[in-house]
Design a protein around this ligand. Structure first.
Ligand SMILES: Cc1cc2nc3c(=O)[nH]c(=O)nc-3n(C[C@H](O)[C@H](O)[C@H](O)COP(=O)(O)O)c2cc1C
Length: 217
């Protein structure tokens, strides 16, 4: 692994549980391979604009037919798409806000889901073009949604998985930091369990190419 794209989205900065656990993953991966490069796209600290009329129009125009105005409207999106393609691993840290992701992260998704760039259409329907990537989602929630009666209210994990799958990213690991608002004991349990899961994911991501594949090569 060489390039990590780290996308924190909590407005709480270093106080954020999703940020803290995701940072642990990024730092541990870098410590295991110091040549790893990390691009940080902090959508809370440096919010992306909501997409506007010029973007919506320019997005549908094939590259060879774009006007200067289209290219200008798509310039930021082009940068974000390039960051996505350059990454081997995408680590997204997301708080749950009203059952889903923060609008700052939704703006990032609006910029990176691009026809002709990150997805296309074939006879079989839409096809993701961002292949060969791994993603890690660190999802912080006040309550518990991974199981139990609130599961149906979780529009955070299914949405993120669907958006990533749509652009071709299907290899997705998830860390829950959930129940953080359910008292001190629940919070410390949530952090211990998230750290253990984060460490297991780091070990998995840092594994060398499997011996079987190497022997066959
Ligand atoms: C605007 C806002 C909306 C929230 N909505 C929910 C929610 O729908 N469900 C929930 O369990 N927690 C909710 N919370 C609590 C956060 O998910 C929780 O504090 C979590 O730790 C935030 O992640 P962070 O620590 O990475 O910032 C909300 C918090 C804020 C600030």
């Amino acid at each position: 692994m060489k390039n990590i794209l780290f996308v924190p989205s909590s407005p709480r900065g270093w106080e954020s549980y999703s940020h803290r656990i995701a940072r642990r993953i990024v730092d541990d991966l870098k410590a295991r391979d110091p040549e790893t490069r990390v691009i940080v796209r902090d959508v809370a600290r440096q919010p992306l604009p909501h997409v506007g009329a010029a973007f919506a129009a320019g997005r549908a125009v094939p590259a060879e037919k774009q006007s200067d105005a289209d290219r200008k409207a798509l310039a930021l999106s082009d940068t974000l798409v390039a960051e996505l393609f350059a990454a081997d691993v995408i680590v997204i840290a997301a708080p749950m806000h009203n059952f889903t992701i923060p609008s700052s992260l939704k703006a990032w998704i609006d910029h990176i889901v691009r026809p002709g760039r990150t997805f296309g259409y074939s006879e079989k329907g839409p096809q993701g073009l961002v292949t060969g990537k791994k993603a890690v989602l660190v999802l912080a929630r006040g309550g518990a949604y991974s199981q139990g009666p609130m599961q149906a209210f979780d529009f955070q994990e299914p949405y993120l998985r669907a958006a990533l799958r749509f652009v071709g990213i299907t290899d997705v690991e998830v860390v829950y930091v959930e129940g953080v608002a359910l008292g001190e004991q629940a919070l410390s349990q949530a952090l211990v369990s998230a750290e253990a899961r984060a460490d297991a994911i780091v070990r998995k991501l840092a594994e060398p190419v499997s011996e079987g594949i190497r022997a066959a090569a």
